[in-house]
Design a protein around this ligand. Structure first.
Ligand SMILES: [Zn+2]
Length: 577
């Protein structure tokens, strides 16, 4: 089995060139290696460093501003990545539907939603004639410590239309191990895809980590053991900010006051620290509490460290893959907004957990033998109540206003068509009722076009609506499309895109009275952190345009593994390192 390896030419301890496996055969003292390094052969330190583990790290909903503003006080893993890695500070998602499922699969496949097919967290499946959750699969079921639970938690990667990096690595070398862990099913499965390995996510209904029969009929003993003990270990947990920071410390890093307008209360727990739950709370209540506080991030980190030890990740020359997605930033960000005390604390805690994780990797795998890519699956709109005093025209559209828009649209459409065709909410837009179209003898494509025109006319009276496109209009966008049209094209999948896509103006939250959301094509939802870390990646801040679709091409370049036959949409950023 040819070993995928990274070969580095060293000058002292600084990697000065990054060449692939093919060049490695030439040896460190070869004329080419010397030419790349630009130093005499006698000064070349011969040992090559072989990469043994790739880490794919997602922080759900983390915007790049978080790293920049918190950097002075980040002393753990996040700080290490930001200060020592290659940071793409202008990274953005190049597609319209900025949702968790789409973001994780773009990260793991190097492809855009229009290619990998996971256009959002859910979609209207035209073939099935129903709404489908992005990782649902009715043929499989969840697996707990006690074994498979028939008919429950049916999740698999069957809706992914492109291979993930784990699959690509295992196709090259079946001995490569893959581990993927998150609090969210769509994150853990979205990153692993059809890789053979350990894929775990949090069971909100009972607490503990689960997998799917798609991956395995059982979970490892050490995971069962962890599941048996988490509840007792965490009873009495009170969520308070770590680090004894003063008001001034928080002000210096742009963290807003704790109690502020627009925050959505945690389930019955208010909007200010401390957050706690009854000591004798049920397992289900504790499972939820863990998901809604940074406890779940700690659990994911604990399991990741345990998996490194138990699965012997990075222990030999078969390069392994560890995927980890931390969800607390998103769960809490939706309730409190990105500049809240709560999210600030989530990130300080994550910084600490990642510090421990990276220490474990240094110890077990070797400091030069693991490489990492950090990104997020999407950004977030700060709370409108936070933005308005700062001069941004952000606002919430009340539910009544939203219903009025839809009601007027249906009425006008009926006038135009001469028959009643109601709209239904579909993920990412509206769909038109197929039965009603059929009964009225209407051609779906023509009806969609008429509906888009009517919807645009009605939208003139609702200034928070920016524009409306029909399915056919988006389908017609080609490679020359630019701006919003290009973003919509990149989120288009013929079987999974709604009949009408309604795009609201920037800084508008529709139908949400408290907290905030993402999912729009606007910049604040598309901005993501993108950092590469490891011996091959110089300490650098780059303003080169990039996105999470570039991660897989870059890592495959590093590994010397060719792209899959189905192709990639991203580019290898390693060419300019
Ligand atoms: Zn997300």
């Amino acid at each position: 089995m040819p070993r995928p390896l990274l070969f580095l030419v060293y000058s002292g301890s600084v990697a000065v060139s990054r060449i692939t496996a093919g060049l490695a055969a030439l040896g460190a003292a070869s004329p080419l290696a010397v030419a790349l390094q630009g130093e005499p052969a006698a000064q070349v330190a011969p040992p090559a460093t072989e990469l043994r583990l790739v880490v794919m790290l997602a922080v759900d909903q983390m915007i790049p501003e978080q790293l920049e503003r918190l950097a002075p006080q980040l002393e753990g893993g996040l700080g290490r990545l930001y200060r020592q890695g290659t940071v793409y500070r202008d990274a953005m998602l190049p597609y319209a539907r900025t949702e968790t499922g789409a973001g994780h699969v773009t990260f793991s496949t190097g492809c855009l939603p229009r290619s990998h097919g996971v256009v959002g967290n859910g979609f209207w499946d035209r073939g099935l004639g129903r709404e489908v959750y992005c990782v649902e699969d009715l043929e499989v079921c969840q697996v707990l410590g006690s074994g498979p639970v028939e008919g429950s938690g049916q999740r698999s990667p069957k809706n992914l239309d492109r291979p993930t990096i784990g699959e690509i690595m295992q196709a090259k070398n079946p001995a490569s191990r893959v581990v993927s862990i998150s609090a969210k099913d769509r994150a853990a499965i979205g990153m692993a895809g059809r890789s053979q390995g350990l894929v775990l996510w949090w069971d909100k209904n009972g607490g503990g980590f689960q997998t799917s029969t798609f991956y395995s009929p059982s979970i490892p003993d050490y995971v069962s053991h962890w599941n048996d003990g988490w509840l007792e270990r965490n009873r009495g947990f009170v969520w308070e900010p770590v680090g004894n920071r003063t008001e001034r410390d928080f002000r210096l890093i742009g963290s807003d006051v704790d109690d502020r307008e627009g925050e959505r209360p945690f389930s019955g727990l208010g909007v200010t620290f401390p957050y706690s739950i009854a000591k004798d709370a049920s397992e289900k209540a504790m499972g939820n509490f863990a998901f809604e506080t940074p406890l779940c991030d700690r659990f994911v980190a604990e399991l990741a460290r345990e998996a490194i030890r138990q699965e012997s990740l990075g222990a030999d020359d078969d390069v392994d893959l560890l995927c980890v997605s931390f969800s607390s930033c998103d769960v809490i960000g939706h309730a409190n907004g990105p500049f809240s005390r709560e999210v600030t604390d989530v990130l300080f805690r994550l910084d600490r957990e990642l510090g421990l994780l990276f220490d474990e990797l240094d110890k077990r795998v070797g400091a030069d033998r693991w490489a990492l890519a950090l990104t997020a699956d999407h950004g977030i709109l700060p709370l409108p109540e936070y933005l308005r005093p700062r001069g941004v025209d952000a606002f919430r559209v009340p539910r009544g206003e939203s219903s009025a828009f839809r009601g007027e649209f249906v009425e006008r459409l009926q006038e135009r068509l001469g028959s009643r065709v109601r709209h239904r909410s579909a993920p990412g837009g509206f769909r038109l009722d197929e039965e009603e179209m059929k009964a009225a003898g209407l051609d779906p494509a023509t009806t969609r076009q008429v509906a888009a025109e009517v919807c645009r006319e009605v939208a003139q009276r609702y200034p928070w609506v920016q524009t409306v496109y029909s399915y056919e209009e988006i389908q017609a966008f080609d490679e020359s499309a630019d701006g919003l049209e290009k973003l919509l094209r990149n989120s288009f999948q013929p079987d999974r895109t709604a009949d009408l896509v309604v795009v609201n103006r920037p800084y508008v939250l529709e139908g949400i009275e408290k907290g905030t959301n993402h999912g729009s094509p606007h910049e604040y939802d598309r901005r993501i952190p993108l950092v590469f870390y490891g011996a091959a990646f110089p300490k650098r801040i780059s303003s080169r345009p990039a996105g999470s679709q570039d991660v897989v091409p870059t890592l495959l370049g590093l590994l010397g593994v060719p792209a899959p036959g189905t192709g990639l949409d991203g580019v290898d950023l390693g060419s300019d390192l």
